[in-house]
Every structure is written in C-alpha cells, then in structure tokens.
Design a protein around this ligand. Structure first.
Ligand code: ZN
Length: 378
C-alpha cells in the first residue's frame, strides 16, 4: 500500500482544498535514530498533503499547494543516508528531493509520522528509513506487479493486552470477581469483533498465565502493532467510586490518583523481577527521541476517541478527566495505545456489571467503534 496524505483529503476535506491557504515550508532536517535509521523531518505551516516516490538513490516528497523557499536550508546531520536535499517546483507542488547514499525500500506506514503542531513546532512529517536489503526489492517488485494484492491491503494490527493473569489476579471484587478473569473475557470478545471487522489482532495472553509488563510491551513491538489496548478493571478504597477511566503513558502522572494506579498496576512485576532486558534498553533509547512525542500524540488521540465512544454508549465514567496520564510500564513501547480501566470491581454494582456478558459486549462494541474511528494513517 502506498502511503499518501492525499487519501485523507479525498475522503473528507475536498471542498476545503480549493480555498486552502498555501502551505509553507518551515524547515528540513535529518538525524540518526537507533538501529542505524535515518530520520528526515519536514516542517510545514499547514498539514501537508503529500506523496512519496523512490527514484534511484532518491526519496522524493511531493507536497501539494506549496512553493519553493530558498531561505529554508536543510540541516543535515552526519552519518545519515541523505547527502543533500533540493527543492524542485512542479506546478503547484513542491518536490523535496533527498539524494541518498543508497537505495531505500518503499516506506511503510510505521516509518511515517505526521505530527501536529506543539510548542515551537509546526506540522512535521517524520520519515524513518534504512538502506534497502535485497528482500525489500523483491517485496516491492512483487507488489508493483500486482501479483500480490494481499500485500496492498495491509490490515492494521491491534494488540489486545488483558491485564494480570496467573499468579497475579489483579484486583478482586467483594464477591470474588477477579480482574484477570474479567479482562480476559472482554479481551477474547474484543478479538472476535475486531477480527470480524477486518483488523489483525494478537492477544498478549489467551489464557490464565502470568506475563511480565515489559514482555507485553515487547510483544506489541515484535508483532508490529499499530495500536495497543491494555484492559484492566479498577479498585478504589471507597466502594462508592465507580466508572471507567483511560490512561496513556507519561513519565509524570497527571494527578495523584493516576500515580497511585500506575504504582499498583506496575506492582504486578514485583512478583517476578529480573533486571532490565535488552529490549527495555532499546525502548528507552527510542522513547527518548522525537518518536516519543509522536507515540504520545497518537495515544492521546486514541484515548480521547475511546472515552467519547464509552460516553456515547452510556458507560458510566469515573468522576474527573476521562483521559489521564501516568508512568505505566506496560505502555512503554513505540506502539501507540492506552490502558483502559473498564470499571471498578470495588463497587458492588459495577462488579456485577463487569462480569455480565451483555455489559461486556457493550464495552467491547464501544472499544471496536473507537478503533474504527481512530486515524491509523497519520
Ligand atoms: Zn489492572
């Protein structure tokens, strides 16, 4: 599948294009990322409508509605695949031509990020790539022959992570309902519905087994997840507290309650602790980069959409913000995602609901809707 910003415009913004303000090129820069990846960042004043092409030893980014600006000089880091970058005007389009030391394969969706403005930054198109291997060439040759249509209909990969399991029951309701059982049941139903809706799904656990938090995150990386959904149920010292809440990763908790929750969810790993794995070190390196911001933004977008889906399905919300942030170990990966607390097992009426198949189906339907509405393509 060729990834292009154009499809977004065709789908929903066509009437606005004719009147759209001209896009302006703000900056261009390269850098080196872990795994010997070259990162090329193109900053623009408006959301770019772009397409990519791959002439011999070049990467061309075609941006619509944009004029060349010679005052914008690319900042090139040493040690990347990019030797120089030129701007070539082509009618109303600007072609940003990156000359490369080696050929690269067609960029996959996971190698492309489009970041919203934040702080001092405008829109940023972020492209990560490495020199192509012979395997890439074969794959792209097969795809362009049209003999492998399956290759062109890539399914989005959703990782479903039922929390806890095995020796770690999670929280337990007054009537003995265990978090690990509720979330596994909801997770299985979610998998069935998502598979039926055309997604590729993987569950971190499909039975009552214990799995370390870092292993869950690592699983999401290995399966090349596009979205990670960690399912949990909550407990509160006050048995009157009820409702769902949704969390994304942040190294600083958004509030005291979120902090406590992250501590209790992370505490599961103290049951079986080893040192940091090689994976965790790599992820820390990746997360210290720009990618962290992209993952955080996409996660936030998903989490807000999920909260909206729950609210419109009349699932009771915990008082306070529906989306909060805390340092959850399970969310430390480069896969965007959220941790969903489906409700409170500590509340007797909600404990009853959480094990009720109809209520579980309602929760699953809301999550499926939020995933269908999520923009995987940014
Ligand atoms: Zn939990």
């Amino acid at each position: 599948m060729k990834v292009t910003g154009m499809s977004v415009i065709v789908a929903g913004m066509l009437p606005r294009v004719a009147f759209a303000a001209r896009n302006a090129l703000r900056s261009m820069r390269t850098g080196v990322q872990p795994g010997d990846k070259t990162r090329l960042v193109i900053e623009t004043s408006a959301r770019p409508s772009y397409s990519l092409s791959y002439p011999e030893k070049q990467l061309v980014i075609d941006i619509a509605n944009m004029s060349a600006d010679t005052s914008v000089v690319a900042k090139l880091a040493s040690g990347t695949l990019v030797t120089d970058i030129k701007q070539v005007q082509s009618g109303d389009h600007l072609h940003i031509v990156a000359n490369l030391r080696k050929n690269i394969g067609e960029l996959q969706k996971s190698q492309i990020m489009l970041l919203e403005p934040n702080g001092d930054n405008d829109y940023r198109l972020v492209l990560d790539f490495t020199a192509s291997t012979s395997a890439d060439k074969i794959a792209s040759a097969v795809a362009s022959n049209g003999t492998n249509n399956k290759n062109q209909q890539k399914k989005y990969v959703v990782i479903i992570d039922p929390g806890h399991g095995g020796k770690d029951p999670g929280c337990i309701g007054k009537n003995g309902t265990r978090e690990k059982d509720v979330v596994l049941s909801v997770g299985r139903k979610l998998k069935n519905k998502l598979d039926a809706a055309g997604f590729k799904t993987y569950m971190t656990r499909t039975n009552d087994t214990y799995l370390k938090l870092a292993n869950r995150a690592e699983f999401a990386e290995r399966r090349k997840g596009d979205l990670f959904i960690s399912l949990h149920a909550n407990a509160n010292p006050s048995r009157t507290v009820k409702g769902f809440s949704i969390y994304t990763l942040s190294e600083k908790a958004s509030d005291e309650e979120a902090k406590k929750l992250a501590e209790s969810e992370n505490a599961a790993d103290k049951i079986g602790v080893d040192g940091f794995t090689e994976f965790e070190k790599e992820i820390r390196a990746a997360l210290s980069s720009l990618q962290q911001h992209a993952v955080a933004e996409m996660s936030e977008e998903y989490a807000n959409g999920c909260a909206r889906a729950f609210r419109s399905s009349k699932v009771e919300a915990q008082p306070g913000p529906s989306v909060r942030h805390a340092p959850f170990a399970v969310l430390r990966s480069t896969v965007p995602g959220a941790l969903i607390e489906l409700g409170h097992l500590s509340n007797t009426s909600e404990e009853r609901l959480l094990k009720n198949p109809e209520h579980q189906a309602k929760l699953v339907a809301a999550i499926v809707r939020s995933i269908k509405n999520y923009n995987f393509d940014v």
